[in-house]
Structures are given as C-alpha cells and as structure tokens.
Ligand binder design. Structure first.
Ligand code: 3PY
Ligand code: MG
Length: 253
C-alpha cells in the first residue's frame, strides 16, 4: 500500500491515473513506470479476478497507487480487493448514504468498521499483521462512485458519510440513468455532473471523474477535479493501432 496516497488525495493533490481492464501485470509496470499517480484496476467491467488484481498490484511500481473498482458493493469484494494490498477501493453505483456507509464499514477494521481480518498480501501474509491492522484504517482509501441520477440527488448525504474519502463520477452510467446512454456532453448530463462536483467542492471533498483523451482530462484538471482517470488500456491500444494503420495503410477500411 502506498502510505502517502491517501494523504495526497485528502490534501487535494492532482492525481492522474489510467484504467487497466486486462489481466496483464506488464501493463501495470508500464503505466506506473510512465509516472501515473494511480491505477484504476477495474473488476467491474474489466477482465480481472482477485488473483489478477493481486498480480497487478504486485507489479505496480511505487509511488504509483492502485485503487480497485470492485464489481459491486459487497463485503466479499471489499475484503478481496483490500487483501491484495491495494491502496483502496472505488465502489460503483453508490446511490445513497446507506450504501456509502456499508462500503466504509467493510473497508475499516474495528472499532471504526467491520473489516474482516485475515492473512493476506496486505499484511505480508501475516508477517506484518499487527503493523498492518494498526495503520490500515488511516491508509485505506474509500471512493464512492456516483453514476446514477439517484446518486446525484443524494450527493450531500453521501459525502457526509464519515470515511468517504472522495467521490468519483462515472459519466457514462450517469448518462444511461438519465435515458441518454453515452451522451456525456448532453446539457442535462453535464449539469448533473456539475452539481456533484460543486457539492463536493463546497465541502472540500476530493472529486474525480473518468475522461478519455488528453483534452478532456486536461479540462477536468482545470475544472478542479483532482482524481482524474485518463483513458483505458484497451482504448489506448486500439487508438494507437488505428493511428498506425491510418498512417501506413490509408485505404484500410
Ligand atoms: C462510467 O462512466 O460509468 C464509469 O464507470 C467510468 O469509470
Ligand atoms: Mg460506470
């Protein structure tokens, strides 16, 4: 676990990450060596099981942190993700304060929460068990993903839940929940996104967003988002592949 990552997040450092969806530790090495501040390891839509996540976390070079997006807000996924030694979790589809509170509870050891205790990579397979239990609550990041119009409406209550360190906006699911799948530039979707960002800014809660492409990521940073995810492994590869072919075989379909 990158101990400094939660401190950097909470003090509002700009943290630029990228999403990994493929079970390739080499990609985690490459992205962390390139200098990303954090990696978004996607168990929700990506092809990652807990063993894959473990190997990606092992491969990521310090000080790059790993945040695991769990498939759904269930205790089993929270403990499996955190047991890998990842710096924290991103919880998809947090639509109300009760869901946010559950995620925090499963992420923090007692007395603050109810995280399950076991030997795992997070505590060097038991060798640093006591040290880990002592420090984990201070170091573990809990990010609530707001990506449904219900979550937008409940944003004030969600960010008031103690232990929610940051909010991460999912523009695509949000647009779908508003009946406009994929239309992330639609004025109503943009307004919903803006309302989440300004609620977070008013309470000094770090806010992040998924973006694709340098202009969109740069705009998000300019607008004050501090946990910016820029691009996704499969997209970066397919765009580069298409660019090569456009250059070398312009008549390719
Ligand atoms: C979304 O846009 O729905 C996302 O989950 C992006 O991370
Ligand atoms: Mg989503």
């Amino acid at each position: 676990m990158s101990a400094a990552f939660r401190d950097r997040l909470l003090r509002g450092d700009r943290l630029v990450g990228t999403l990994l969806s493929l079970p390739s530790p080499e990609l985690a090495e490459i992205a962390s060596a390139a200098g990303f501040d954090w990696l978004f390891l996607d168990m929700e839509h990506g092809a990652l099981d807990p063993g894959d996540v473990l190997r990606l976390v092992q491969a990521a070079r310090e000080p790059c942190a790993c945040l695991v997006r769990i498939p759904e807000n269930r205790e089993m996924w929270v403990k499996k993700a955190l047991d890998t030694g990842a710096s924290g979790i991103i919880v998809p589809h947090v639509n109300d304060a009760a869901e946010a509170a559950l995620a925090v509870r499963w992420s923090k050891y007692p007395p603050e929460g109810g995280r399950s205790v076991g030997f795992s990579r997070a505590n060097v397979y038991g060798a640093r068990f006591e040290e880990h239990v002592e420090t984990a609550n201070k170091e573990t990041v809990v990010v609530a993903q707001v990506e449904h119009i219900d979550g937008v409406r409940a944003i004030e209550a969600i960010i008031d839940v103690p232990g929610v360190d940051a909010v991460f906006i999912g523009p695509y699911d949000l647009s779908a929940s508003m009946g406009k799948p994929g239309r992330i530039q639609d004025p109503d979707v943009r307004e919903a996104i803006r309302s989440v960002a300004s609620a977070c800014a008013a309470k000094k809660v770090p806010v992040g967003i998924f973006t694709a492409g340098i202009p969109a990521s740069a705009e998000a940073l300019r607008e004050g988002y501090t946990l910016v995810c820029s691009g996704i492994d499969v997209g970066l590869y397919s765009e580069s592949a298409a660019a090569i072919l456009r250059g070398l075989k312009p008549r390719n379909p």
